[in-house]
Unconditional design. Structure first.
Length: 229
């Protein structure tokens, strides 16, 4: 659901954009509030992708108002998505990881030690977790809902999760708002045409960098565990 529902939801969003965007724009403050709340709920429940909703904010409100509204929306969506996925996954994934020494070593190397108490993390693990969450959120093709599920299932603490999500997703969110504000008609085809080539190639490059960094960290953790490092 986290992987397939957002793209399907975007079809419905683009189909109704001709009515949605003018209504939001015409209702000023109420439109912004409803946009932020709707963004958070629909993204948090994995019903719409963040890029489409960010583009809607730019198209309806412009960059100056649409950017902060979109940032608030996906921040709220991250919190909702985390809490939903945390309850859905329970302790099953964590229990499996704890049974596998290599998996546990990789998890600790990537995300720091397990959370203590109600989602807190020791100080020495906070910045490691924050950096890794930020890194995972940076690529524009990183799926928002699926990453919420994956990170909550391995008990990434709430604070570095939310902060890392905001830091990592802010550039692509603002870019989507700018693109949405620059098109004459908000359709999937128009948005695709409006995306500069450097964004596509940069996204591919970021994805490769993220995979390489994760691979290096994971391999070093396994080598230390097996005494080869």
């Amino acid at each position: 659901m986290a992987l397939f529902l957002p793209p399907l939801g975007s079809i419905a969003l683009f189909a109704t954009m001709g009515q949605t965007a003018p209504w939001l724009r015409g209702h000023e403050e109420l439109g912004v509030v409803l946009y932020v709340v709707g963004f958070a709920v629909l993204a948090g429940f994995a019903l719409l992708p963040t890029y489409a909703q960010s583009a809607l904010g730019g198209f309806a409100f412009g960059v100056a108002l649409g950017a902060p509204a979109a940032l608030l929306g996906f921040g709220g969506g991250a919190i909702i998505g985390y809490e939903l996925a945390r309850r859905a996954s329970g302790d099953r994934v964590e229990a499996i990881i704890e049974e596998k020494p290599k998996w546990r070593a990789v998890r600790n190397a990537l995300m720091g030690p397990p959370a203590i108490g109600a989602g807190h993390t020791p100080p020495h693990g906070f910045f490691k977790t924050l950096g890794m969450v930020t890194l995972l959120r940076l690529p524009p093709n990183s799926p928002f809902a699926l990453m919420n599920l994956l990170m909550s299932s391995v008990k990434v603490p709430r604070v570095p999760f939310v902060l890392g999500t905001i830091i990592g997703m802010s550039p692509r969110t603002v870019l989507a708002v700018v693109i949405g504000a620059g098109v004459n008609e908000l359709t999937n085809d128009e948005l695709t045409k409006a995306v500069p080539d450097w964004v596509i190639y940069g996204g591919i490059g970021l994805t490769v960098v993220v995979m390489v960094v994760i691979g290096i960290v994971a391999n070093r953790a396994i080598e230390r565990l097996t005494g080869k490092g």
